[in-house]
Write a protein that binds this ligand. Sequence first.
Ligand SMILES: NC(=O)c1ccc[n+]([C@@H]2O[C@H](COP(=O)([O-])OP(=O)(O)OC[C@H]3O[C@@H](n4cnc5c(N)ncnc54)[C@H](O)[C@@H]3O)[C@@H](O)[C@H]2O)c1
Length: 259
Amino acid sequence: MINLEGRIAVVTGGGMGIGAGISKVLSGYGAAIAIADINPDTAEPTRRAIEATGGRAIVLRHDVTDWDSAFALAEAVEAKLGPPDILVNNAGVSGRKPLLEMTEKDWDFVLDINLKGQFITTRAFMPGMAARDRGRIINLASVVSKQGVGNFSHYCTSKFGVIGFTQSIAQEFARTGITVNAVCPGILMTPLHDGIVGQMADADHVDFETAKKNFVGLVPQGRPQTPEDVGHLVAYLASDLARNVTGQSYHIDGGMQMD
Ligand SMILES: NC(=O)c1ccc[n+]([C@@H]2O[C@H](COP(=O)([O-])OP(=O)(O)OC[C@H]3O[C@@H](n4cnc5c(N)ncnc54)[C@H](O)[C@@H]3O)[C@@H](O)[C@H]2O)c1
């Protein structure tokens, strides 16, 4: 059985969407949670929900693209909760952008948050985990981490990169008590995907509900996943049950990508 009692977890981008769901699920398994987000106010409802069920959570401001912010986060978590055991690199952005409309700024914005942000945050937390010889890093990849799709080249490139980063760091720390894995969600109706569905509706000249139905229709199981679905997979990878699992990337997408 998954048991995270006594563990301290950090969830980046935990203010809403998948990160909020992961935070609640990890708390349900017993972990104390540091919810980190560039918009910390959005995380307050999640913090209150965790405390209402007897869990422990704090909210900290953190920008994944900022080196100093990441090192300050690692220090603050240790000071307020204790040495962090689990890092969930969840913060991410997306958006439909055809290549011929994409600017350098568009490209850098997505790559900086989705890929460089995971490097910077991992870089800040790894020294402590390495010194303690104990740690779990779980990176949010995507169903488009292994299969590109048109109009999302910046996003797909960032998520392919997450797999390479995950495998490299897993190899580098394989002889330690640290594991590094990725999870690959498919389609969830979070604020991130609401924005994408809106852009698809405009591009296809259909209303939002039709675009949403078409989008969810891509899932063989015929339903979107929930943040909590992703949270349970993250909790397994964070637990002692997964001590021999490292460098892997698990799809949780209702059958969209089978490999
Ligand atoms: N929603 C989906 O269907 C889906 C599918 C596959 C993968 N993912 C991935 O899951 C992760 C979470 O996605 P989501 O749908 O919950 O997104 P979301 O937009 O609902 O939430 C993202 C969170 O990240 C935070 N954030 C944005 N920029 C940040 C920064 N620079 N520093 C710190 N925090 C920042 C936001 O404030 C927000 O709270 C992302 O990595 C995304 O790529 C999502």
